[in-house]
Design a protein around this ligand. Structure first.
Ligand SMILES: [Zn+2]
Length: 263
């Protein structure tokens, strides 16, 4: 039997019988783990505070078969404010869903765990508008997964003084208007395009490109420290969503639900 001690964040929970739960816990060193929480549905259970969705705890875990079992728990943060607001709750659920989709078991997922914790803190304290937090999460996660765009100048002529650029969402490169007709965009390579779900090319200003570059490359503790002109946020939000969903090649029910609450 293997015993480990790790800080872990509960990113999904489901019931197991009347008293127990199966949790998905994201840890720094061991990535995503399936954890059986015996008796977790009872308020008298000593591990109850650490077995709730979004709970971040120091955990003692013992492996038996395909699952880990909790031997010890000490809650660090529960992001309690998130539960009191359905919009915050649905955004946090989307973030955990995406991370559950991309995190691997056995991988070091330190950066993704830090990103999740930063975003949950930002949502719980609402230190920025929720749509800004979502956009930053989507871009930075795509970047952590290896999809950092190369966008400081036109990839054909290297020019960087145009008012607008065409961002190829799949290849992560930009083209200036005068070079636009000289290159082939990846319309036919993109599974979303034919279904009409997403356009793979977005028209964006240089300031939006700079904001995207900042979010993809800055240190995690500065992720939300940037601003844009009022008219540019919509474009930033739009690109960030397309960028992540096109690279993951899927949508999320929890994202659709969150968006249904906004409009
Ligand atoms: Zn050009």
């Amino acid at each position: 039997m293997t015993e480990i001690k790790q800080n872990g964040l509960v990113i999904s929970e489901r019931d197991l019988g009347e008293n127990d739960k199966i949790l998905t816990v994201l840890t720094e060193r061991y990535g995503k783990l399936s954890v059986v929480a015996k008796g977790a549905k009872s308020v008298r259970n000593r591990h109850m505070p650490s077995t709730q969705l979004f709970a971040y705890s120091s955990l003692g875990l013992r492996k038996k078969g395909n699952y880990y079992y909790i031997t010890d728990s000490d809650l660090i943060e529960n992001y309690y404010d998130i539960r009191n607001d359905i919009v915050k709750l649905s955004l946090a659920t989307f973030i955990c869903d995406v991370i559950n989709d991309v995190a691997q078991e056995g991988n070091n997922e330190d950066e993704i765990l830090r990103l999740a914790l930063n975003m949950l803190f930002a949502i719980s304290k609402e230190i920025k508008p929720l749509e800004v937090i979502r956009a930053v999460f989507q871009l930075r996660l795509a970047s952590e997964l290896g999809f950092t765009p190369s966008i400081d100048a036109c990839h054909v002529c290297n020019e960087s003084s145009s008012n607008e650029y065409y961002l190829d969402i799949i290849d992560g490169v930009v083209t200036c208007p005068s070079c636009k007709n000289k290159t082939n965009f990846t319309f036919e390579d993109n599974p979303f395009y034919e279904k009409g779900l997403n356009k793979p090319v977005a028209v964006v200003s240089m300031s939006v490109l700079k904001a995207i570059d900042f979010v993809c490359t800055t240190s995690q503790n500065k992720l939300l420290s940037f601003s844009l002109g009022d008219s540019e946020w919509t474009s930033f939000f739009d690109v960030s969503e397309k960028f992540l969903l096109n690279h993951l090649e899927r949508g999320f029910y929890s994202l659709d639900f969150y968006k249904s609450l906004l409009f």
